[in-house]
Write a protein of this length. Structure first.
Lengths: 368, 426
């Protein structure tokens, strides 16, 4: 993008485009504010409803953010969109599902003689293992995905791995359908994070339920994001990853094993997607072979929104998308079936008005 | 260069010729138009009238389906056999398979059910219809299963002269399309919506309800009727919202609905979304509102997936009243498939009836030719199905009116009590 700008002989049109963009952005903003103002006056949605919508958006947004980080990490290093990333999340989701399912089948007798399943006797261990196994097999999937689908194409033009990614996505989806069946499976949560339980927040005369499962997901996704940020900024592996992202050849000259770092990047992004998959199951209660498709596309949108290649950008993009998607239809007074339309309209607006994403500017300039 | 232009002109000319001749012959090649190559293939085909076909074939609008000895008389079904709605397709085709078994033989020819996967989608419905019309031994369609898929398939069967008798396509406008071939034994969404609105208003005494739908032909059609009828009765529809099927998080739309404090939430759609809504209603401030579903949300899956959250939920069903025929069918179903009838979907009895009625109609019009082939005059069969009267089966008497509505009885309402569907008080 930046290169094209430099090649232009005349500066004038660029200035015009900038002005037109600014005006367009301003008009869109004014229209949006007017619309929201009108809707807020007309509808009688109380504070409780807005709180419910925001919480629901934050929880989903946290999952989008975790998946989006995977897109951004891989893009940062390989300049390709890993379209099979949503399927990695699906596989992680099944990992957690089978752990819960297995533990639920093990009966445990307490000292007072009551029979409960191991899942409810040791919920902490069960949840921990579900996440570890979900993240583990998702990480493995990411590792082999890179090894089989992308590494042989390392030197190929950029479009080739992209097509390979789409193929891998279809392959994994169908493999999931064959292995796990087409039906939706219901996540069995330990009772302590049952989907119906939560804190009752009294607000404006009604009580808003903050489910334990939702808050748990939100806290966990925040923790994982902080952990990843520290990993990238503070550890040797993180430094190597950043070096490879900046310049593969120079990084190799400095003694960094580029292939190994790329593999590790896929493992890390796979693990994050896997954790998002288990959270998705715990929070929404369902999983099937198709579960990763829509979150995958949304997370890609979030990564582009935040500025692809930029890790804080992916986090902010994910949370922003989650919230806008859940508040948007109510704020604009439109049908809830148009949730996705809002999400993708925002993507288009951002691409037109700020092609490098919310936080993308600095990074794209130093890269290209 | 000029050669290329000549070739192009030739191609255009050929296309014009082809389209002209296509317009002149009323029926596509798979019915009665004899083609020279047909005689050489050993596959079952429609042969010229001279080869021993009964006279009726020559005068029939769509010609005859010719079933050579050794072939079966096929009933084609378009049903979701995989995907989220697979339980419907599998169940209905299993019901129809039992009807095929009970149907026995016709002059030594056996019947066979060909169930093709539509995934419940309109595109799938059209694809299956296009595939089935190319098989000359398919004579009738006990389907399709979903309204959207059926709507896409009707024009294709219309051209080929294949009578349809859908066990479960309930969207009201389907019989207003002026189709000769489409008939159904499912009660319509208009009938169901009206009874649901009356039940909500009169029996349950609700005055403020929310109406939701999944945006599909079936769900939205039903929701529209309920909204209209409930308002006409004097009630208030405080929210009317569509959801996008296939998602797993509907908490946002439910939150907005809960701010309007409805006494009940009516949902037009299928069980896959129905139980998610019933579950998430408990998290979004709608725990005191009653979930009122339709015949698409009825079934064991709803209870299994909603658990305690589904307690007190309503649904409509077309499960027929107990009878000898039903008991016999239920026993066969259990013996053949290892699960009780109705455990996968409520349509299995209708699936049986649709196939059984079609088999009876085929028997009434088919003629054994002098050459040992069985001839089924397609136009006659289309008329016979439309004029069917008093065919008695599990779901009751099947009598088609002049637009193809073959069932005018309404649904029965059921409620979840202690983890089981029980008939709600009338």
């Amino acid at each position: 993008m930046a290169e094209e700008h430099h090649k232009r002989p005349v500066k004038m049109p660029q200035l015009n485009i900038k002005i037109i963009r600014l005006i367009a952005a301003f008009v869109v903003l004014v229209l949006l504010i007017l619309r929201i103002h009108n809707v807020a006056l007309e509808s009688q949605l109380g504070a409780s409803t807005w709180l419910r919508l925001s919480v629901s958006g934050l929880i989903i947004g946290g999952m989008y953010a975790l998946i989006a980080i995977g897109y951004t990490l891989v893009y940062g290093i390989l300049f390709m969109i890993n379209f099979a990333h949503g399927e990695v999340m699906m596989i992680g989701s099944f990992g957690g599902y089978f752990v819960f399912e297995a533990f639920n089948a093990i009966p445990v007798t307490l000292h007072d003689g009551t029979q409960i399943s191991f899942l409810n006797a040791q919920p902490v261990i069960a949840i921990l293992l579900a996440f570890l196994i979900g993240m583990g097999i998702a990480a493995l999937t990411g590792y082999f995905l890179e090894k089989i689908a992308y590494r042989p194409l390392r030197g190929a033009p950029r479009l080739v791995p992209l097509i390979s990614a789409i193929g891998a996505s279809i392959f994994l989806q169908n493999a999931g359908q064959l292995l796990f069946g087409p039906q939706r499976r219901q996540y069995i949560n330990p009772v302590i994070i049952d989907r119906g339980l939560g804190w009752q927040i009294p607000i404006a005369g009604t009580k808003v339920l903050l489910t334990y499962s939702g808050i748990f997901s939100l806290v966990l996704s925040a923790t994982l994001m902080v952990a990843l940020y520290l990993l990238v900024q503070r550890t040797k592996l993180g430094r190597a990853m950043r070096a490879v992202a900046q310049d593969k050849r120079t990084a190799a000259l400095m003694g960094i094993n580029v292939d190994k770092i790329i593999s590790q990047t896929f493992v890390i992004s796979g693990a994050l997607a896997g954790s998002a998959g288990v959270m998705w199951g715990i929070h929404n209660g369902l999983t099937n072979y198709f579960v990763g498709f829509l979150p995958g596309i949304k997370a890609f949108t979030a990564a582009v929104l935040g500025g692809i290649g930029n890790i804080p950008g992916a986090m902010i993009g994910g949370l922003f998308l989650g919230i806008v998607e859940s508040i948007g239809p109510a704020a604009l007074g439109i049908d809830f079936q148009l949730q996705d339309v809002i999400a993708f309209s925002i993507l288009i607006l951002v691409l037109i008005l700020r092609p490098s994403g919310i936080l993308g500017e600095a990074l794209t300039e130093e890269k290209v | 260069m000029s050669k290329k232009i000549l070739f192009f002109v030739f191609v255009v000319f050929a296309m014009i010729l082809a389209s002209c001749s296509g317009a002149q012959t009323p029926a596509p090649a798979n019915t009665d138009a004899p083609v020279a190559t047909d005689a050489t293939t050993d596959k079952a085909t429609d042969v010229p009238a001279a080869a021993g076909a009964p006279a009726v074939c020559a005068t029939d609008e769509f010609g005859c389906a010719v079933i050579p000895p050794g072939s079966t008389i096929k009933l084609g079904m378009g049903a979701p056999m995989t995907g989220d709605y697979a339980s419907f397709g599998i169940d209905i085709s299993q019901g129809a398979t039992i009807a095929i078994k009970d149907g026995g033989e016709l002059d030594g020819f056996k019947f066979e059910l060909v169930a093709q996967d539509t995934q419940g989608a309109p595109e799938g419905g059209a694809a299956v219809a296009n595939k089935l019309v190319t098989d000359p031994t398919v004579v009738a369609i006990p389907g399709h299963i979903f309204s959207g898929s059926t709507e896409a398939a009707i024009p294709i069967y219309e051209k080929a002269g294949l009578p349809m008798l859908s066990p479960s396509a309930t969207n009201p406008p389907l019989t207003t399309l002026g189709s000769k071939v489409f008939n159904r034994i499912a009660f319509t969404d208009a009938v169901q919506g009206k009874s649901a609105a009356e039940y909500l208003y009169n029996k349950l005494g609700f005055r403020k309800i929310a109406v939701m739908h999944d945006g599909g032909a079936y769900g939205q059609g039903l929701a529209d009727v309920v909204k209209q009828e409930f308002t006409a009765l004097g009630g208030e529809v405080v929210a009317y919202e569509g959801i996008e099927p296939g998602k797993q998080d509907y908490t946002t739309v439910l939150s907005v609905i809960s701010s309007k404090n409805p006494e009940a939430v009516y949902f037009g759609g299928y069980v896959a979304e129905g139980y998610i809504l019933a579950n998430q209603m408990k998290q979004t401030g709608l725990e005191n509102a009653v979930f009122f579903g339709c015949d698409g949300t009825f079934g064991a899956e709803f209870i299994e997936k909603s658990g305690a959250n589904g307690e007190g939920a309503y649904a409509a069903s077309l499960i027929p009243p107990d009878s000898d025929a039903k008991a016999k069918f239920d026993a066969t179903y259990l013996a053949d498939y290892g699960v009780p009838a109705g455990s996968l979907s409520p349509y299995t009895w209708s699936g049986y009836d649709a196939a059984a009625a079609l088999i009876a109609m085929v028997k009434s019009v088919a003629v054994l030719g002098g050459d040992g082939n069985l001839y089924v005059p397609r136009g006659e069969l289309v008329k016979a199905v439309r004029n069917m009267s008093g065919f008695s089966s599990i779901t009751g008497d099947i009598t088609c009116n002049d637009v193809g509505e073959c069932n005018t009885a309404g649904p029965t309402f059921y409620i979840v009590q202690n983890g089981e569907w029980v008939q709600a008080p009338k």
